[in-house]
Design a binder for this molecule. Structure first.
Ligand code: SF4
Length: 617
């Protein structure tokens, strides 16, 4: 690696904010013989450009001796981030390769068939005459031969051990804060009707502990092997059979890994198992040390690493979580250059949102939301509901208040489509979202305010979370929640002259800020220290739906003052009862509003709520 040329490799014609200083610090960190540099870079620091400059420092073919590795990888867990990179005119020399299911076959009659189900995947010994023109294989060849190959983290991990994407000199991981989580998710063995093709023939018994789990894994492995033999004996497979074959291969590999590791007395891995529905229901088997998994999928793939994120909160804890020795790791902190007054936090806490307290708190949160809507009658808002259960309850109350006409929702299957529609419409709609704290760019009028309904603590009913807490890892627990809050706060404020207010409804968030204070980046601590209680108008449906003339304390402003600072609320009826304030039509009646029927029915899909940022091949 040649960190000395980092400035020459910076792709923009001029530096913005703290970029020049950040480049110097990163250069010095690598020059000081660190193998890994963590770059804590907040929104607006131009992380992708920094990433490009670092990748450009990789040793080239002309600079290498025999046996030395060259070139660089750029990878990110977020599909949207990779899309941004692919569309950035300053980053055209990053060559992007995506999973096979993102490309279509070009053979006649197969042009709607994704590559992973195409004839070359279905037929044994299929000799494709046009493979050199195939979009997937062509992009793969270009990326493999380019100085900087760019891909999602999922694709990158899947190509571990491949001849095509071997070890390189430099690996840059963008949005790296979730590396441990992604490894956990990737290492989790999820057994259910959607992942086990032979589920009906081999439903699980009641799994009460790991011995039961390994016994079931053995049985499943044998039966999957039998079915795989049958499938492979066919000369040609249809697309469903090809998909089944791939699932069976993956299943066998996962089950062998678990069974062998569990029986290996020298293995340091602790496993946990969940089965919440008893006999016949889904079984989830998880290793407690996913950092081991990162060794061959990530750490063996390069010699120098730059990990970038706004929310790498604690160097030592991050290193422990992803399996790095901290003595060869340096943390470079990039300052926030957006004015703090443009990203205000507002304390509108209404009580705890724990499972036990929620029924009492949610009606008050709903009323507060109506008041915030009245304060921002002309501005789009985002509500982080945390779960679909809270989203449902909140929506029911909003219907009672008569403000449903301004509200949009999504379910686990239509989240992308509903999000796009909300962003596209000109109306100042309010979007009740679930798991949208990350990977969302809501610049300018796309969103001027947001509400956090619940402190985003990990689910203590997850056995891996429970095991960590039994092990007294409370610092991890608080940092995980804080990281999500900081990520959420970055959604609506994307440029130095952009602004957006964040309202906090769950009183546990205040407790979180105290407990995790030591791990807060200074620029976020500054936001917390400036937090205030806004003077909101009354919970009036007419004002909240924008059809009245509410005086809006938090309405759009010019410069210098934060949303809500003007304090011009009409009544400021803090703590007002919801009764009587729902003056509009009931939620069952759209009152003739043309935006009727927006509420989508949630499916029973088991798909992962962050599946949209987890691009699997
Ligand atoms: S290699 Fe040939 S058969 Fe396979 S996806 Fe490409 S064009 Fe289709």
């Amino acid at each position: 690696m040649q960190p000395g040329r980092i400035f020459d490799e910076f792709p923009a014609p001029a530096y913005r904010g703290a970029q020049e200083r950040a480049l110097a610090d990163i250069r010095d960190a690598f020059a000081a013989d660190n193998d890994v540099v963590l770059v804590r870079a907040p929104t607006g620091s131009g992380k992708s450009l920094l990433a490009r400059a670092i990748a450009g420092c990789a040793r080239t073919a002309g600079e290498s001796e025999a046996g030395e590795v060259i070139d660089a990888y750029y990878t990110t867990p977020q599909v949207s981030q990779l899309d941004d990179v692919a569309g950035d005119d300053l980053l055209t020399d990053l060559k992007v390769i995506r999973g096979k299911n993102n490309y279509d076959c070009i053979l006649p009659g197969e042009t709607d068939t994704p590559v992973d189900q195409a004839p070359c995947a279905r037929e044994r010994m299929f000799d494709c005459q046009v493979q050199h023109r195939c979009p997937y294989f062509s992009d793969r060849a270009i990326a493999a031969n380019n100085r900087i190959a760019a891909m999602t983290l999922a694709y990158f991990m899947q190509t571990a051990g491949s001849d095509v994407f071997g070890q390189r000199d430099v690996l840059v991981v963008d949005e790296a804060h979730g590396l441990g989580n992604w490894a956990e998710m990737y290492a989790t063995i999820d057994l259910g009707p959607d992942t086990v093709p032979i589920w009906d023939a081999c439903e699980p018994p009641e799994v009460d502990g790991l011995d039961d789990a390994v016994s079931y894994a053995d049985t499943l492995h044998t039966m999957a092997g039998r079915r795989l033999t049958e499938v492979r004996q066919q000369a040609e497979l249809d697309p469903e059979e090809a998909a089944e074959r791939d699932k069976l291969v993956q299943l066998q590999s996962d089950l062998s890994w678990f069974a062998e590791d569990y029986r290996d007395e020298d293995s340091g891995t602790t496993w946990v198992v969940d089965q919440n529905g008893g006999e016949g229901s889904r079984v989830t088997i998880k290793p407690m040390a996913p950092e081991k998994y990162l060794k061959h999928t990530v750490w063996d793939r390069a010699q120098n690493f730059a990990l970038l994120s706004a929310t790498i909160l604690n160097k030592d804890a991050f290193c422990a979580n992803v399996g790095l020795a901290p003595d060869r790791v340096e943390l470079v902190e990039v300052p926030h250059t957006f004015p703090v007054e443009n990203r205000p936090l507002y304390d509108v806490t209404q009580g705890k949102m724990t499972y036990e307290a929620r029924d009492e708190t949610i009606p008050r949160v709903a009323e507060t939301l109506v008041r915030i809507m009245a304060a921002h009658p002309d501005e789009k808002g985002l509500v982080h509901c945390h779960s679909y259960a809270i989203q449902d309850q909140l929506l029911d109350h909003l219907r009672e208040f008569g403000v449903e006409s301004r509200v949009r929702t999504h379910d686990s299957e239509d989240r992308d489509a509903q999000l796009s529609t909300w962003k596209r419409v000109d109306d100042p709609d309010v979007f009740l979202s679930v798991k949208m704290e990350e990977a969302l760019d809501l610049e300018g009028d796309l969103c001027r305010w947001q509400l956090l309904c619940k402190a985003p603590y990990p689910n203590t009913r997850d056995s891996r979370v429970a095991a960590r807490l039994e092990d007294d890892q409370w610092g991890w627990y608080y940092r995980t929640a804080l990281r999500t809050v900081i990520q959420a706060c970055g959604r609506p404020v994307r440029a130095p002259d952009d602004y957006g207010a964040t309202y906090l409804a769950d009183s546990s968030l205040l407790d979180l800020f105290e407990r995790a204070r030591v791990d807060m980046p200074g620029w976020f601590a500054e936001q917390v220290d400036r937090m205030s209680q806004p003077d909101l108008p009354a919970a009036d449906a007419t004002a909240a739906t924008g059809s009245g003339s509410a005086s809006a304390s938090g309405r759009s402003r010019s410069t210098g003052s934060s949303a809500g600072d003007s304090g011009g609320a009409s009544s400021g009826s803090s703590g007002a009862s919801a009764s009587g304030s729902g003056s509009g039509s009931s939620g069952d009646d759209d009152g003739g509003n043309s935006r009727s029927g927006r509420r989508s029915r949630r499916s029973k899909s088991k798909s992962n709520p962050i599946a949209d940022v987890w691009d699997t091949e």
